[in-house]
Design a protein. Structure first.
Length: 136
């Protein structure tokens, strides 16, 4: 369950940023998840709620999805991949070995399997809000 490992990384990164920014408490953490990551959002949310550090105890986590945008290297057509239309076996194969996506996905305009993923991968912190520490 890589959702737990991602939650640990989000908590660690948010805590580090809060420390650097002089926050005594974090109130909100906005997270973006690329839909190609195929993360179970409910598991990620639960993991985040269980792994909160003291500084993040009252933080609200909001998770948004980043659509998978693809560009054909042959005809330069750009499109949004409808991952919901992939069958379970294909989606799982791409999830575990992303490099084989070219076997399953073709440009809807020219049919080429030669494309690049412009967005829709990764997990990142979009923003962090909190209460500034009062020094002095």
């Amino acid at each position: 369950m890589h959702e737990w490992a991602l939650a640990e990384a989000v908590i660690a990164a948010a805590s580090e940023i809060a420390e650097k920014e002089g926050l005594s408490e974090v109130t909100e953490v906005k997270i973006k998840v690329g839909e190609l990551q195929q993360i179970e959002l409910d598991i990620l949310e639960f993991a985040l709620s269980q792994l909160k550090s003291a500084k993040l105890e009252n933080a609200r986590f909001s998770i948004g999805l980043s659509k998978a945008e693809i560009k054909c290297r042959v005809c330069e057509h750009k499109w949004i991949l409808a991952t919901g239309n992939l069958d379970k076996v294909t989606a799982e194969a791409i999830h575990f070995v992303p490099e084989i996506a070219h076997t399953y996905i073709k440009c809807p305009k020219c049919g080429s399997p030669d494309f690049e993923v412009l967005s829709g991968r990764g997990v990142w912190l979009e923003s962090i809000r909190g209460v500034k520490r009062e020094d002095g």
